[in-house]
Write a protein that binds this ligand. Sequence first.
Ligand code: NAD
Ligand code: UGA
Length: 456
Amino acid sequence: MKKNILCIGAGYVGGPTMAVIADRCPDCKVTVVDINSERIAAWNSDNLPIFEPGLDEVVKRRRGKNLFYSTDIAGGIKAADIIFVSVNTPTKTFGAGAGKAADLQYLEKTARSIVEYADSDKIVVEKSTLPVRTAQAMSRILQSNTKNLNFPVLSNPEFLAEGTAISDLENPDRVLIGGMETPEGQAALNELVELYAQWVPRERIITTNLWSSELSKLVANALLAQRISSINSISALCEKTEANVYEVAAAAGRDSRIGPKFLHASIGFGGSCFKKDILNLVYLCEYYGLPEVAAYWEQVVKMNDFQARRFVQNMIGAMFNTVSAKKIAIFGFAFKANTGDTRESPACAVCHQLLEERAELSIYDPKALENAKIDLANAQGRINYCTSPYEAAKGAHAIAIMTEWNEFKELDYQRIFDNMEKPAFIFDGRNIVDHQYLYELGFNVYPIGKKSLVHV
Ligand code: NAD
Ligand code: UGA
């Protein structure tokens, strides 16, 4: 094998990213290690720990040939030429910066493991999303080794989106690599460029200084989330004025400077990263004495929280100002379609608010039910987890669509309507069903950013 590649962290990023590297670089040996032995066992089984379209096929193709999942972190470090660090970097929940700053304890532990177990030079690649200038701290810890070893640090943030991770990795818009502006740093950077160049066209491989690379990742996520909050803020105005947010987004998005993507009004963005990365950006701005910049970005998160609250308030208002003891069917719990991931899912916030109002929930999701059970384990109130949307909607007063799963577009809504309490309500938090058709079936229909269709 030409190179030994190690990834520390076998999560949503480490697992799929390394599978694609192994697939595209058959002359490299790729090992993914994790402290979580259950997760590693799942990566080595037929039931992978995450659902991602196309992932099973890639893993099956390479596992046991040049792709290995293991708990042997020390052995992996010793053997590696290049080490990707892809551990979680959640929002800090304690001490200074709690609620905003990134918790870097897992990252620091990996740096210390590298110092402890390495017995030769290694390139260390930050794959996790990190505050700008983290590489400086990382480098200092790594260079504190007493074995005279060198560990050039690179930043190579990941831009994949869940649900499309494999195609994003196989055909990325760009690969970003930042390195120290020293001969050693540039040599390491060139080595990583050559690895990606095995399948990514060179013009899509961008190289920058370390700090630009680290910051670009936070900025990319902040800009994407900002578009969603912007259009969601307009959805509220549309509901007051009978403008249609889809027509508005399509009209504005036709300007090539604006573009049509990421202007889909919704219940709000979820996922493990948008909120945490913006809060991290907010914290950095505050830390560097830029309160106006911090407040500007914080508003993106506040608008997102407002959108979920507004959705629940609309539900309660429409249902005669009470949902107490009413059964409400929740269609979808994942933060987006084609994933089982529920981290920061707006569905979770909506469910908690409905439970506070003493509604009874019946939740259906094709891939995320097990995660939903974990997320709502401590919630007070009556919750049923259903194996079909028909079961969830039976006897319900209302349906709330939380995730844009394709199957919700194709259900037999006549059958669903017939089995619901009347008047029957549908609140479409993703605007994915045919509102006029449902209205004609007899539903009272409440889309986002569009006039509601109500039988009087
Ligand atoms: P995750 O929680 O799914 O996976 C992280 C893994 O790291 C866990 O399995 C954990 O057990 C392991 N880990 C933690 N400390 C360890 C240690 N000391 N040694 C070995 N393993 C350790 O997280 P994720 O979603 O894969 O995200 C990882 C990073 O990538 C984060 O910084 C995130 O912001 C970033 N990111 C995530 C996505 C995404 O879509 N999820 C996309 C781009 C970037
Ligand atoms: C996002 C980014 O798209 C990735 O580039 C980035 O790598 C990743 O975060 C990360 O750093 O974790 P992801 O969160 O997996 O990826 O999924 P997105 O497709 O970005 O969707 C995020 C949320 O926004 C979802 O809840 C989605 O339903 C919502 N969304 C998206 C909208 O409400 N409207 C839109 O127009 C687009």
